[in-house]
Design a protein around this ligand. Structure first.
Ligand code: PMV
Length: 318
């Protein structure tokens, strides 16, 4: 049996503005994982995909329409086989499962696709680079999100914190000193596609105003990158709070997100913001290790359906 894993991710700074060419920072979240396993199947069986969490099982090439929830999986397999130059569909049983919650801004689609590409390419004897994996997963992200910036596939395929600017070579972000985050779920599913489309509509109506907000978000992201890579993490909380206010101006917060952001700050978090597309999904709080338990309890009390503590590890530049 061959397996492939991939982690979830959280965007720390710059979501939405990143779609418009501004920088964003994202980190892998190792506590959330997608797993793909592959076993040889009897000859003539074809390639059968079991997506445990979606509760679906289907054979590649059997009339899955673009509306079907498993369509991105089918597309990922097809793109990978094409990339590897495999013309005849191999006889394989492919199982996918994931602890990354769906439509919560934690990269579930990219995590599942990355695990799948890793497992399938390994099983077929190919060693794809992180960049090749990222590019394949980007094709799947287009199906999920319409006009993705590419940040999810990048951070998940490279498994490193990234400073990401659309259409620019990937920049791994060095983390001088570790820092701690709490990631709390509003329990509200929020498809990225919808929030991104709403921002686009508003930007088309008020281009100058939205461009100005994107520029302010960019300035915060630049400061945050400098703080993370120089180990001055004390600035991060304030920068998160400022980024959150700008996301509110873009119209992507929600009453549930506001409640959690406020609860985290009131309980002593160094800063808090929504993370990802917004409208629902998750928020993040920057905490000192000592505050973790108290802030997590406050978030649960304020209605968080799940709270994950995540340590952003120190790294070196690559
Ligand atoms: O909700 P998520 O984590 O998939 O994040 C979307 C991030 C956006 O900047 C809103 C969209 C994008 O493609 O970068």
């Amino acid at each position: 049996m061959t397996s492939g894993y991939a982690s979830g991710k959280a965007i720390l700074f710059g979501e939405h503005a990143v779609v418009y060419g501004r920088p964003a920072i994202a980190v892998p979240v190792g506590k959330l994982r997608a797993l793909a396993t592959i076993e040889e199947a009897p000859p003539g069986e074809g390639l059968v995909i079991h997506a445990t969490d979606l509760g679906v099982r289907f054979r590649l090439g059997t009339a899955i329409t673009p509306e079907h929830p498993a369509f991105p999986l089918e597309a990922t397999v097809r793109h990978t086989l094409r990339k590897l130059g495999v013309e005849d569909v191999p006889d394989l049983t492919l199982r996918i499962s994931s602890t990354v919650p769906i439509a919560r801004g934690l990269g579930s689609g990219a995590a599942v696709a990355t695990a799948l590409v890793r497992a399938l390419s390994r099983h077929l004897g190919h060693d794809l680079s992180p960049l090749e994996i990222s590019q394949l997963v980007y094709q799947t992200e287009i199906i999920h999100h319409g006009t993705p910036s590419g940040i999810d596939n990048t951070v998940i395929a490279f498994e490193r914190p990234v400073y990401f600017v659309r259409d620019r070579p990937i920049q791994v972000l060095a983390v001088k000193r570790p820092f701690w985050l709490l990631i709390a779920d509003t329990g509200v599913a929020s498809p990225t596609k919808i929030a991104v489309a709403d921002v686009r509509r508003a930007w088309q109506q008020q281009p100058a105003e939205f461009e100005a907000v994107f520029d302010q978000i960019a300035a915060i992201t630049v400061q945050a990158a400098a703080a993370i890579s120089s180990g001055q993490t004390s600035a991060l909380g304030r920068l998160m709070n400022e980024n959150h206010e700008l996301l509110v101006q873009l119209g992507v917060s929600s009453p549930e997100l506001e409640r959690l952001v406020r609860a985290a700050r009131d309980a002593g978090a160094l800063g808090a913001k929504l993370c990802g597309a917004g409208r629902g999904g998750n928020m993040i709080a920057h905490v000192s290790p000592k505050q973790t338990q108290g802030v997590a309890a406050a978030l649960r009390e304020a209605g968080a359906t799940d709270v994950i503590a995540s340590r952003v590890q120190a790294t070196t530049p690559q």
